[in-house]
Design a binder for this molecule. Structure first.
Ligand code: AMP
Length: 225
């Protein structure tokens, strides 16, 4: 049976890194709304052009663009199961997802929540690096275990030697603050979406994201069947 997981955690909590590990356990698809947008921007698509300014400012991309994009991707992963990361980010998206899943005959098996203090999350974001070859290769200049390696005087991906870059929205403090404002908002923001799904009959896994990567992984895997 396909397993479906919703992964929550503020930007900088290590959600992407842990998601890539959990995905391996079940052989499911790892669906990251932010990564789908970045692919569109890289490919110069119409959707990418519409989303770019919102993303660079740290604002949410409007629901009429985001919701159909994510639901379409999820439908393709019905057989394999999915780990959804970055969506839902608001109460409205949570409601839209819940009803779309019911309609499609899918359910959320686990709600995974990585807890992290806002200031720690912010410090972490500024140090992360993206690999040009694979978005799931973790690189961070402040974490020994996933530090990029040096090659010919340049920092490259520790997994494959690929070129590294920073996300423009990761180096802009206003954008980070805005993204965290949306995340920690319990009225209409992402925390409202977390609380929405915590009330369903999905199993909830809450882990302390301030631990090291391995410890967080161990805590998560201990809760998964
Ligand atoms: P992320 O990689 O998850 O940090 O996402 C990067 C950016 O993509 C966010 O700051 C938003 O601008 C946009 N984005 C990603 N997911 C969503 C979503 N569920 N709703 C609206 N915008 C999103």
């Amino acid at each position: 049976m396909a397993v479906n997981i919703l992964a929550f955690g503020p930007n900088g909590s290590g959600k992407g890194t842990q998601g890539a590990i959990v995905k391996e356990k079940y052989g499911m698809d790892h669906i990251e709304s932010g990564a789908i947008f970045r692919e569109h921007i890289k490919g110069g698509t119409e959707l990418g052009k519409k989303a770019k300014a919102f993303i660079e400012a740290g604002d949410l991309v409007p629901d009429e663009i985001t919701i159909p994009m994510v639901l379409e991707t999820l439908a393709k992963s019905k057989e394999k199961g999915w780990l959804l990361d970055g969506f839902p980010r608001s109460f409205a998206q949570a409601e839209a997802l819940d009803s779309a899943l019911k309609e499609a005959g899918m359910k959320v098996d686990y709600v995974l929540e990585i807890l992290l203090d806002r200031q720690i999350a912010k410090d972490r974001i500024m140090g992360r690096r993206l690999c040009a070859n694979d978005n799931n290769h973790p690189n961070h200049i402040a974490f020994e275990a996933i530090k990029p390696v040096e090659k010919e005087g340049k920092l490259v991906c520790r997994v494959c030697g690929g070129e590294l870059s920073t996300r423009p929205d990761d180096q802009d403090e206003d954008a980070i603050n805005k993204r965290h404002g949306i995340y920690y908002d319990t009225d209409t923001g992402t925390m409202a979406a977390v609380n929405y799904f915590k009330k369903t009959d999905s199993k909830v896994i809450s882990v302390d994201g301030s631990m090291g990567i391995k410890e967080v992984t161990t805590a998560i895997l201990a809760e998964l069947d």
